[in-house]
Design a protein around this ligand. Structure first.
Ligand SMILES: [Zn+2]
Ligand SMILES: [Zn+2]
Length: 800
């Protein structure tokens, strides 16, 4: 085209889709245009951002390069469409008014950790936001948790009750300011404030008090208090992680007997004093998402033993709100034995100044603000009511949280990240699909660690972590969460995917669900483990067929049995079960999950018959014979003893058999302890097993018994068992390959949170020249089910 040549003026229309609204994208475009003396406009519209820009071809190319290379921190460009249009010979570049209804389709950014610019202001005594715990800008701060409705605008967030002062308004209106259209913008004059509440049970404790609530809170923590602290997506319960008594008291009062507490430390250096931190882990800790990262702990740290009993990993996170930064800073400034400070921040202190201290007072327990099993508290009155029995006081504030959102939990494993929980900082960012959905879809997820997923076009909005759908409050969260997502993303599902388990509350919801008084016509039941495998396919843009290995706790099988170790040939439409762990009875159903001794006894009974009672091993000697007789009757008469192929239960039974744990308080606890105990050594031999249609581990159980009888250390047995299971699954993959000719393997299911098993199996499959995929964007546990259900439902609708 002639007008594109040489120094002639050219005009281009650029349409950008992705996370480009509410993240400072228009002012960024404005600055780029201004700096190159280009004319035209930028505006938000229903598809994202549209730019028309004119200038010389060279300047325009440079402008487009900058759009890609200097994209604002929170923006994510998914696609760019460019066309040349006739130049209008304009002289200025403007931010045009958005089209009506534009933001309706905008993507809402996840909550994001305080940026470096805001941190500098926070600790700069000359800045008007010095020490202000709600400092934020377009690059950081609360988003998803404060949004009540769309379009994303201040009056549709919980910030609407704080009218901006003239100084904040001027920032908000200035396209060249970092706070241009930053909806949560605030300062000490106009914004929210913290309050410290002292509860009655603290009166007998000698605590210093100061003028500043955060410094005072830090002093309380240093004196051994437990505080409820309001964060982004809910309340935390905090105490000094080096204080043995405080940690024990928190554990007791929260009724949390076993699960480890997460920690918050001010910086990477402190994290390194507690744990091994490699470069990938450091990058993840410091990322703007600020997840809890599971790290291998140093045996020598001075942490209170109650923080993570029986674990060799710690869940660690860095501060992600200004309030966290201020609190940790103040906490670390209190030196043991010195009189407590009472002033405000000391001048010139940076967030990382504690680097030189030997742990000092730099590590806080920061665990979810709830009683065990309940969802995290996020409304102030609710927190007051529920947490008063646990905490000595509450550091709260008057900015409401609209959406509860737990901390995300990840781990770096072979080749990348692995989610244990995808939540704050990640949700509601969509997971891109490589296929088009025929109609808008809702997938309801599973029962434990529930997430749901709403989707249209090519975007899958996997929800934040909802939790175990076992009480009214979590179920309410689930329902309200779905309604909220439907409104925010303008998705009204015409088909629903659900798990086949008839008793799952999510399934009941799906079957009852109507839309505008009309039944939703298409309801698609999806088998649990097929959904696990499909979640891997959806993430990686695969259609299948693949060899799927689902290693799991429990899931409803197509034959009504409780499945949990399934080798299948699967694509997004269907699956064929090629092999599975041999069925054993699951006596007492759910009770067998809480009581691993039941599974151990059942496995021994399978391996030896009644003669197992004569075995001279500690497990059998300690077995309560009358309880066993009841159990045996249930098994023989097939009362509440469904057959199961669960791999999780096999891990439980081995843990119980070698004396680690006969009862647990949460699913997977015994298996985690088994992994923790496994010696990290390469043992030459493995236990025997048989493959085929059914994977037989009874020879393995007999060999374990023999090891116990010979006094082999439990660490060795645990290691040998892990190694043997990896060999067994690899052998099953080889048989599946021979049977089907497939060479791609997808691994999913909660058991693959076990790093020892996963890493060993990945290494074996690589040696065997398989191409292997695992979950990288959603958890392998039931938190990833909704994405898999969605992909299967879409494929089935497409095939119709
Ligand atoms: Zn910022
Ligand atoms: Zn202000």
């Amino acid at each position: 085209m002639a007008f594109a040549m040489g120094s002639t003026i050219q005009r281009r229309r650029i349409v950008i889709q992705g996370i480009v609204q509410g993240v400072g994208f228009r002012p960024f475009v404005y600055r780029q245009a201004l700096g190159r003396e280009l004319a035209g406009f930028v505006l938000n519209d229903s598809s994202g951002v549209t730019i028309e820009v004119e200038g010389t071809a060279g300047a325009l190319d440079d402008f487009q390069r900058a759009l890609h290379e200097e994209t604002p921190r929170l923006a994510r460009i998914d696609s760019v469409f460019t066309e040349v249009v006739l130049p209008l010979h304009e002289s200025a570049f403007i931010i045009a008014h958005s089209e009506a209804g534009a933001e309706r389709h905008a993507l809402i950014s996840p909550d994001t950790a305080t940026c470096d610019d805001c941190l500098r202001e926070l600790f700069d005594p000359r800045d008007r936001r010095y020490g202000y715990p709600f400092t934020n800008c377009t690059n950081c701060g609360p988003r998803f948790t404060i949004v009540q409705d769309v379009p994303y605008d201040r009056n549709k967030t919980t910030m609407r009750v704080f009218p901006m002062c003239p100084a904040c308004q001027a920032e908000y209106d200035d396209p060249l300011n970092r706070r241009f259209h930053a909806q949560p913008n605030a300062c000490p004059v106009c914004g929210p404030h913290v309050r410290l509440h002292l509860w009655a049970n603290l009166h007998d404790r000698p605590l210093a008090e100061g003028p500043d609530p955060i410094t005072t809170a830090a002093q309380w923590l240093a004196s051994g208090a437990i505080l409820a602290i309001k964060g982004l997506g809910g309340y935390h319960l905090a105490c000094d992680a080096l204080n043995v008594e405080a940690v024990q008291r928190l554990r007791r009062q929260k009724h949390r007997e076993a699960k480890p507490f997460a920690l918050m430390v001010p910086d990477i250096e402190t994290a390194r004093r507690l744990c091994q931190v490699n470069d990938d882990e450091a990058a993840l800790l410091e990322s703007r998402r600020r997840p809890i990262v599971l790290l291998n702990s140093h045996a020598s740290s001075r942490l209170a033993p109650g923080v993570a009993p029986a674990y060799n990993t710690l869940g660690v996170m860095l501060p992600y709100t200004p309030l966290h930064h201020l609190l940790l800073n103040a906490f670390a400034a209190i030196e043991p034995g010195r009189p407590l400070l009472t002033g405000r921040l000391t001048e010139g202190r940076s967030a990382s100044f504690v680097a030189g201290l030997d742990l000092g007072r730099a590590v806080l327990v920061m665990t979810s603000g709830n009683l065990s099993e309940e969802p995290i508290a996020y409304r102030d009155e609710d927190a007051q009511e529920r947490l008063a029995s646990i905490a000595d006081g509450m550091l709260a504030h008057n900015r409401d949280i609209h959406m509860r959102c737990d901390d995300p939990v990840l781990r770096i494993t072979t080749g990348g990240e692995q989610f244990f929980r995808r939540s704050r900082g990640y949700a509601p960012e969509p997971i891109p699909l490589t296929f088009d959905l025929p109609v808008p879809l809702l997938a309801c997820g599973g029962h434990l660690k529930n997430t749901f997923c709403l989707s249209k076009g090519r975007q899958a909005f996997v929800s934040h972590h909802i939790g175990d759908l076992e009480n009214l409050e979590t179920l309410t969260s689930f329902r309200e969460g779905i309604e909220h997502f439907e409104r925010l993303f303008d998705i009204y599902p015409q088909a629903i995917a659900y798990d086949l388990h008839p008793e799952y509350l999510a399934t009941k919801y799906a079957l009852d669900r109507e839309a505008g008084g009309v039944d939703i016509p298409q309801k698609i039941g999806v088998q649990h483990h097929h959904a696990h495998i499909a979640s891997v396919l959806a993430e990686h843009g695969l259609q299948g067929p693949v060899i799927g290995v689902a290693a799991d706790g429990t899931g409803y099988g197509s034959d009504g049995a409780v499945w949990g170790c399934e080798i299948m040939a699967a694509d997004l439409l269907n699956f064929e079960r090629l092999a599975h762990l041999s069925y054993v009875p699951l006596p007492g159903g759910e009770q067998a999950v809480r009581q691993p001794w039941r599974m151990a006894a059942t496995y021994l009974y399978q391996a030896y018959g009644d003669a197992f009672l004569e075995l001279d091993i500690p497990f059998v000697r300690q077995l309560d014979r009358s309880k066993w007789r009841t159990l045996a009757q249930m098994i023989i008469r097939k009362i509440n003893s469904p057959p199961t192929s669960s791999l999780g239960r096999l891990f439980d039974s081995v843990a119980a058999l070698i004396g680690l744990r006969s009862e647990v308080v949460y699913e997977g606890q015994a298996a985690i302890e088994l992994e923790t105990r496994a010696a990290r050594i390469d043992l030459p031999d493995i236990y025997p097993f048989a493959t085929g249609d059914t994977l037989d581990v009874l020879p393995m159980m007999r060999a374990i018994v023999s090891d116990i009888q010979q006094g082999v250390p439990t660490d060795y047995i645990a290691a040998r068992f892990h190694r043997s299971m990896a060999e067994l699954l690899a052998a099953a993959c080889c048989e599946a390959r021979e049977q089907t000719g497939l060479n791609i393997v997808a691994l999913s299911g909660g058991v693959f949170q076990n790093q020892l098993l996963l890493e060993r199996l990945l290494a074996l499959l690589e040696e065997l020249a398989f191409q292997v995929y695992i979950n990288r964007r959603v958890p392998p546990n039931d938190g990833g089910l909704s994405l898999g259900q969605l992909a299967i439902a879409a494929a089935r609708l497409q095939a119709k």
